[in-house]
Write a protein that binds this ligand. Structure first.
Ligand code: BG6
Length: 482
């Protein structure tokens, strides 16, 4: 294997440990379509794409997407072709609860997921269900969405509907996919729906509510369902590695701060022994809030009982990881913001290294050693929790011969094996993504799929890329060949 800087990493056949499992991931809004069919309610993404199409690069929507609402059997067939141990998909909250509340259940939505789950089990593929992958019912957003603390109960009621209807067959659960993308990107910026853009304030309120919603849904399962249903439940957090741009103390601190804002904000309250938000987060936001004349920190406090509720509320650390950034501190930028700002609170400047291989997505570069550092850091900071890689993948502009995706997966899996050899408890790997989809604000301009989808035809034919054959071979042999 060639490291991206040309160095040889390994020249022997490497075997995955016994019991290690492989999967692929998708999300409801990105593949299902059927946006207004059979009683489904609207989500914040339906609203975002319909009210202002210019928000999306190619002005597209997920109205039809890969049409998995109708073609789910073909998706399962693909999962089977690949030999996946599990398939990670998400449930569309408004397809099941059109208004968001559990008082009104849409039976057609329940039927759809029952059919998908049964089809998977029939093919010997474990269903791995994500409860929330960003398509909030619009009716709940009208009430404030993730910045309204009532959402904690709305989410728990929704989770109960999922346990009651699917828990007899689903044994792998993620509550929330990527809190940072929900909170910072959705409420602190315009990168994701609902594009609220109240930076330095809304994302922290959202963070607290997401953590509590997750923790309460976890405890509901743990205390009332686990004994009968016997499943595993956790959260998926997106983790980017931030590397100091130089060896100065300041740049090292900037990298630590960036990691704590990016993922420690969500991981520390759940996985650290002490619980609560990380020190760096509390210190930086309190300092900036005071400079800006606020009597209290803009970061909401977690009470002792909330800390206790959140701490330990995950059976595994779900890692979604793609890339690495360089980080430095620029003192001349400090104090420039008289108004709240997440970027200013973080006090780190984030840049890419143009020398690293670049994907179609601007934010995505291939840096396997950064992925390795994340796994080691999680082992060190959080006492070696069971880790499931719940997402990892590479985007291209299209085409079936995706040599760069193959190189990316091989290099990332290679360092994953290094991490396992060094003691990290990594148990699952999930490729993002099974089939091409609607890539949020980039519409259909980026392709992450192991299978290509022909969006130009109503049939939405799926065709394996070269990477699909390679991934299949890795799964079949449980080895990485040199
Ligand atoms: C992951 C998300 O963070 O990144 C996926 O969980 C998403 O839903 C993927 O498709 C790629 O991100 P983007 O923003 O380039 O579409």
């Amino acid at each position: 294997f060639l490291h991206c800087n040309g160095e040889f990493l390994s020249n022997k056949i490497r075997k995955f440990p016994d019991g290690f499992q492989f999967g692929a991931s998708t999300s409801a809004y990105q593949i299902e379509g059927g946006w207004y069919e059979d009683g489904k309610g609207l989500s914040i993404w339906d609203i975002a794409t319909h009210t202002d199409p210019s928000q999306i690069k190619d002005k597209s929507t997920g109205d039809v997407a890969a049409d998995s609402y109708h073609l789910y059997k073909r998706d399962v067939e693909i999962a089977k072709e690949l030999g996946l141990d599990f398939y990670r998909f998400s449930v569309s909250w408004p397809r099941i609860l059109p208004k968001g509340f559990s008082e009104q259940i849409n039976q057609a939505g329940i039927d759809y997921y029952n059919n998908l789950i049964d089809e998977l089990l029939k093919n010997n593929i474990k269903p791995f269900l994500t409860m929330y992958h960003w398509d909030l019912p619009y009716e709940l957003q009208k009430l404030g969405g993730w910045v309204n603390p009532y959402i904690i109960d709305w989410f728990v009621d929704y989770a109960k509907v999922l346990y009651d209807n699917f828990g007899d067959r689903v044994k792998l659960w993620t509550t929330i996919n990527e809190p940072k993308q929900i909170c910072y990107e959705g409420y602190g910026s315009t990168l994701k729906a609902p594009m609220l853009n109240v930076t330095g304030v809304a994302e922290y309120i959202c963070a607290k509510n997401v953590l509590l919603a997750h923790a309460k849904a976890y405890h509901l399962y743990d205390e009332h369902y686990r004994k009968i249903q016997n499943g595993t439940i956790g959260i998926s957090i997106s983790c980017t590695w931030f590397e100091p741009a130089s060896d100065t103390v300041d740049d090292h601190q900037a990298a630590i701060d960036a990691r704590q804002f990016d993922w420690g904000q969500y991981a520390h309250p759940i996985f650290s022994k002490a619980g609560d938000f990380p020190l760096e987060l509390k210190r930086n936001i309190a300092l900036k809030s005071a400079e800006q004349g606020y009597p209290r920190s803009r970061l909401p406090e977690l009470s002792a009982s909330e800390i206790c509720l959140i701490r330990g509320s995950s059976d595994f650390f779900g890692v979604n990881s793609y890339t690495t950034k360089l980080t430095y501190r620029d003192a001349s930028l400090e104090g420039m913001y008289a108004v709240p700002s997440y970027m200013d609170d973080m006090a780190a400047v984030i840049i890419s290294n143009p020398a690293w291989p670049q994907a179609q997505s601007t934010w995505l570069q291939e840096v396997p050693w950064g992925f390795h550092k994340i796994l080691k850091e999680i082992m060190k900071l959080y006492d070696n929790p069971p880790v499931y890689i719940t997402e990892n993948g590479w985007s291209t502009s299209g085409g079936l011969l995706d040599e760069d995706r193959i190189r990316y997966y091989r290099n990332y899996l290679n360092v994953l094996l290094d991490a396992i050899e060094e003691g990290c408890d990594v148990r699952k790997f999930t490729a993002w993504t099974l089939i091409d989809n609607f890539e949020w604000k980039n519409g259909y301009t980026e392709k992450f799929g192991l299978y290509e989808v022909d969006f130009s035809s109503e049939k939405h034919n799926r065709t394996p890329r070269k990477s699909a054959y390679i991934y299949k071979e890795i799964i079949r042999t449980r080895t990485l060949d040199p």
